[in-house]
Design a protein around this ligand. Structure first.
Ligand SMILES: [Zn+2]
Length: 89
């Protein structure tokens, strides 16, 4: 065994499914919106179109459905507060 490359014992098989689950959770391969499941989860969809988030958008951004141009005038704090409560971070 080389001192520069110590042999790492193989990972127990029982741990691998948990690691795969964590990776899938943090880096989803599926781009579908995690809230509505109908559209691609883009910033425009989340901020402007997602019907499941309409009530939160009304509360935090002032309207249930926004136009992308409306986003330009919103403050960063309002967008940040909205995104935090969506649970998407
Ligand atoms: Zn959605």
């Amino acid at each position: 065994m080389s001192p520069l490359h110590p042999q790492v014992p193989p990972m127990p098989i029982k741990v691998e499914p948990l690691l795969y689950s964590i990776c899938d959770y943090q880096f989803p391969n599926n781009p579908t919106c995690r809230k509505c499941g109908t559209e691609e989860e883009t910033s425009v969809h989340i901020l402007c179109e997602c019907e499941v988030l309409a009530s939160l958008k009304h509360t935090y951004l002032g309207s249930c459905f926004l136009d992308p141009e409306d986003i330009r005038v919103l403050g960063v704090r309002a967008i940040w507060n909205f995104v935090k409560v969506t649970g998407l971070l």
